[in-house]
Write a protein that binds this ligand. Structure first.
Ligand SMILES: Cc1cc2nc3c(=O)[nH]c(=O)nc-3n(C[C@H](O)[C@H](O)[C@H](O)COP(=O)(O)OP(=O)(O)OC[C@H]3O[C@@H](n4cnc5c(N)ncnc54)[C@H](O)[C@@H]3O)c2cc1C
Length: 389
């Protein structure tokens, strides 16, 4: 490819890794290659989620990276968290999302929970012994999440929850669901956050969505019929649930952006290898400028996305405002993942469209990243509003 003999894939590890980040990258990559790579294609086909993968990641200390050590976490930052998520996504977008989603209740409880809630719920999540879920969306409230309809009515020392949540990732295997319901009037200020625990009478799983991809990750309807949740399971004050949820999603956007970087890197690795091996018209297709320029653009965009992720993470770790930067990282990294995965399918030609290569899976996985944790249109609304309001 290049006159210096340097292959593009040798640039895959970002030069800005600290020693700790490099160690985490290597540990996560080894685990993902040895334990997830061999089963990922078959499990995507059958829709099999393996909680033991999360437990093993937990035993390596990888499921509670940004959580304080006092609650069983690693006490590191979002910069380190992003490295772990990116490396998981390079092999399986579903397990990257699983770890990120299990992280949401941990981060919410760490910032808005009582001491008792922190001690009771975080350690099992940060150790990977338990799986977490984040349940905000409903059929009539996606982007407009503040208009949710599930109700939580106070009855003595309990709240009684009724309604139907939609699209809750891994609710079927979760022990701890951070769930938003309406305790007050219309709008976001009427929403409160609750910890709903597996086995609470009245909570059942509805349909499991049939999706374009990400089959390992189960997307569940959650039915709530007179579920009695103790008052001590409310997180934050009454009416603060939407704020609590949005704060968590700001951090979550960094992890979704990192997932995009991981998926894009994975796709590019396959395309670079293929372009050097596949010959047409008597030469490797990598020697056609139409292909090589595409590869150059993809590598540049992926590194730019990575830098946006690092900036948002650095701001969050320095406890500075980071919401707009997280939206920019999410927007650019996931759009990059979609563009790169689509172009990689093109570089592989007919083979790219078959399941003989993973790039068609990466393309299907990249698509969901543009939708979850706030669609990319909503990220643009947030970014524009910060400039024009
Ligand atoms: C696989 C998967 C996993 C998910 N996991 C979870 C989960 O774990 N927990 C959870 O709570 N939710 C989850 N979701 C739900 C997800 O967050 C929503 O799908 C997403 O927020 C978009 O909402 P919606 O689908 O209702 O789309 P809508 O809000 O109906 O949007 C439809 C279109 O209109 C656009 N649009 C809407 N409002 C505006 C606006 N103001 N300006 C410009 N464009 C706009 C959107 O960008 C989109 O293109 C998941 C969804 C999927 C598919």
């Amino acid at each position: 490819m290049s006159s210096s003999g340097t292959s593009l894939s040798s640039h895959a590890a970002p030069f800005t890794d600290t020693e700790v980040q490099a160690e985490l990258r290597s540990l996560t990559r080894k685990f993902a290659e040895n334990e997830i790579r061999p089963i990922v294609e078959a499990d995507e086909e059958s829709g099999t989620f393996r909680p033991e993968i999360i437990a093993k990641l937990g035993s390596l200390g990888l499921t509670g990276i940004p959580v304080p050590e006092a609650y069983g976490g690693a006490g590191l930052g979002y910069a380190e968290y992003a490295v772990v998520i990116e490396e998981l996504a390079r092999v399986s977008c579903a397990y990257a999302i699983s770890v990120a989603v299990t992280g949401l209740p941990q981060m919410i409880l760490a910032s808005a929970g009582t001491e008792e809630q922190k001690k009771r719920f975080i350690p099992r999540l940060s150790s990977g012994e338990a799986i977490g879920a984040f349940s905000l969306s409903e059929a009539s409230s996606g982007s407009d999440a503040g208009s949710l309809r599930t109700t939580a009515k106070r009855d003595g020392e309990h709240y009684v929850l009724n309604g139907t949540k939609l699209w809750t990732t891994q609710a079927d295997s979760a022990e701890t669901l951070l769930l938003m319901a309406r305790t007050g009037g219309l709008g976001a200020s009427g929403v409160s956050a609750f910890i709903v625990e597996k086995g609470m009478p009245g909570m059942t799983m509805g349909k499991r969505e049939r999706k374009m991809g990400l089959h390992i990750s189960h997307t569940m309807e959650v039915l709530l019929e007179n579920v009695r949740v103790p008052v001590e399971n409310r997180v934050g004050a009454e009416g603060e649930g939407f704020k609590v949820a949005m704060t968590a999603l700001n951090g979550g956007r960094i992890t979704i952006a990192a997932t995009g970087v991981g998926v894009a890197r994975a796709a590019l690795e396959v395309a670079v290898k293929h372009s050097k091996e596949r010959e047409q018209f008597g030469q490797p297709i990598a020697e056609f400028q139409g292909i090589s320029f595409l590869i150059a653009e993809m590598q540049t965009e992926i590194d730019a996305a990575d830098l946006l992720v690092r900036r948002a993470a650095a701001l969050r770790d320095a406890e500075k405002p980071f919401a707009v930067e997280a939206s920019m990282a999410k927007l650019f990294a996931t759009d990059t993942a979609m563009r790169v995965a689509t172009d990689c399918v093109q570089i592989l030609g007919g083979s790219g469209y078959t399941q003989d290569f993973p790039v068609e899976r990466y393309m299907r996985e990249a698509k969901i990243l543009q939708i979850v944790e706030g669609t990319n249109q909503i990220q643009k609304v947030i970014i524009a509003r910060s400039l024009t309001k």
